[in-house]
Design a protein around this ligand. Structure first.
Ligand SMILES: Cc1cc2nc3c(=O)[nH]c(=O)nc-3n(C[C@H](O)[C@H](O)[C@H](O)COP(=O)(O)OP(=O)(O)OC[C@H]3O[C@@H](n4cnc5c(N)ncnc54)[C@H](O)[C@@H]3O)c2cc1C
Length: 399
């Protein structure tokens, strides 16, 4: 397929059409979709292989059930791509279409969820309020006392982040993309008119007229290399996985009640295709920074919440826990945009707690924006992700 972008730019031997910084949830699919658009792409990561940053910390939940129309649109695209991955590429990524379920036990949660339904339905999401009986069928063993019902979105699901990363890497490489691992990006050089020209790493220097910052928790540092202030600050979140048990749970379940423990803002869990229960909570007080050491607090706190909600969980054997980073923006919404003042510079950053599910949708939009000048989403919706916005204006309800 002829590449419209190529008509406008000469390519020097040894140079690239585009350089993607970061082989993670966003950088890998971006490398793939830019390559499929006909560009010669180089993807650079300081870690030894694909998806080893925050990508592998994700529990793999994939939902379009958000409250922001841009996130909904991006994730609907992601779900389309994840759910057809195997038939498109012949590679298994553990896609499980089990849906997402948000049970409600108090009036507060019911009101929040019912209000969100209005926005979600207006944005073409297949989601509805279901009664307590149906929630009990979806989540066998859920405590029935005070259960008022909840929302269920059947088209959401789960994917293995590591299998998806490996698959993206393999397919992109097969299609001609190049990867450099164990190379840290340490410089970005701009030319006349502040046009992007070169990327310097700990090992080499590469030329390209397009650079995509997909550096996740380190997006701010990469921004600084060309003098940009990219408002992404990481904070730490912990997760865990149990030994496998017989399949009994279809959806991922999110309990949005703040914990009586004072430690948890909400918590969520699901069962993967191989039987393990994966689980996570959002701390009431965020741990801002890059600390990835597990805490002694996590297991006792989450275990109490999980057993309280689904008493049969007391029989589970926990296999391991880990801690990773959410690359947060001040308003909880990602930045996916071109940088007007530095021609050739693009941002796919600030994915917060949803970077894995947003990855393919963000990548598809960035690839279209870079190559064709227009994103995949309608401009009116896509503009919520712009770089230059008032980050104090709103905080998304469903982070
Ligand atoms: C416990 C936990 C559970 C989560 N669960 C989910 C979930 O269920 N669903 C979901 O969608 N999201 C989830 N997330 C969030 C998700 O993991 C992140 O939002 C997502 O991985 C961010 O993607 P990214 O591409 O921006 O960053 P990453 O995947 O971290 O990729 C960025 C890459 O850039 C590289 N890099 C950075 N600086 C440089 C440099 N100077 N030179 C070279 N390379 C560099 C890094 O090494 C890294 O590989 C979870 C996160 C945590 C911590």
């Amino acid at each position: 397929m002829p590449c419209p972008y190529r008509k406008e730019h000469d390519i020097m031997p040894g140079a690239f059409d585009a350089i993607v910084i970061g082989a993670g949830s966003v950088g890998l699919p971006t490398t793939l979709y830019l390559t499929l658009e006909g560009l010669k792409v180089l993807c650079i990561d300081e870690l030894p292989s694909a998806g080893q940053g925050q990508n592998k910390a994700a529990i793999g939940g994939v939902r379009a059930t958000h409250s922001d129309p841009a996130k909904i649109g991006i994730c609907l695209k992601s779900i389309e791509l994840f759910s057809t991955w195997q038939e498109t590429w012949g590679e298994y990524i553990k896609w499980k279409k089990g849906g997402y379920c948000f049970p409600a036990y108090t009036e507060r949660e019911e009101t929040i969820l019912r209000k969100l339904l209005v926005v979600q339905k207006a944005n073409n999401l297949e989601i509805d309020w279901v009664g307590a009986g149906e929630i009990r069928e979806l989540v066998p063993g859920i405590t029935p006392d005070g259960l008022r019902g909840g929302t269920f979105s059947p088209n959401d699901g789960q994917v293995s982040p590591l299998m998806f990363a490996a698959s993206c890497h393999r397919i992109a490489e097969r299609r001609g993309a190049e990867f450099r691992f164990d190379e840290k990006v340490v410089g970005i050089e701009l030319g006349p008119g502040d046009k992007v020209e070169r990327v310097r790493t700990t090992k080499d220097t590469y030329s390209a007229p397009i650079v995509v910052n997909a550096a996740g928790a380190h997006a701010k540092e990469i921004g600084k290399l060309s003098g940009l202030d990219v408002p992404v600050t990481p904070d730490s979140h912990e997760a865990g996985v149990t030994a496998p048990v017989g399949e009994f749970l279809g959806p991922l379940v999110v309990d949005i009640r703040p914990g009586r423990d004072g430690k948890t803002a909400n918590f969520y869990f699901g069962q993967g295709t191989t039987g393990q229960i994966i689980f996570c909570y959002t701390p009431a007080e965020l741990f801002v920074g890059t600390d990835r050491n597990e805490t002694s607090e996590f297991m006792p706190v989450i275990a109490r919440r999980m057993v309280e909600l689904v008493p049969r969980f007391r029989n589970l054997l926990v296999r391991r826990v880990w801690r990773g980073l959410y690359p947060m923006t001040p308003d909880g919404v990602a930045i996916v945009d071109k940088v007007e003042e530095q021609p050739g510079m693009y941002l796919g950053v600030g994915m917060c707690g949803q970077g894995f599910m947003m990855g393919p949708g963000v990548a598809m939009n960035l690839a279209k924006l870079i190559v064709h000048g227009e994103p995949d989403l309608p401009r009116g919706i896509f503009s919520a992700l712009r770089f230059k916005r008032d980050f104090g204006a709103k905080v998304e309800a469903l982070k």
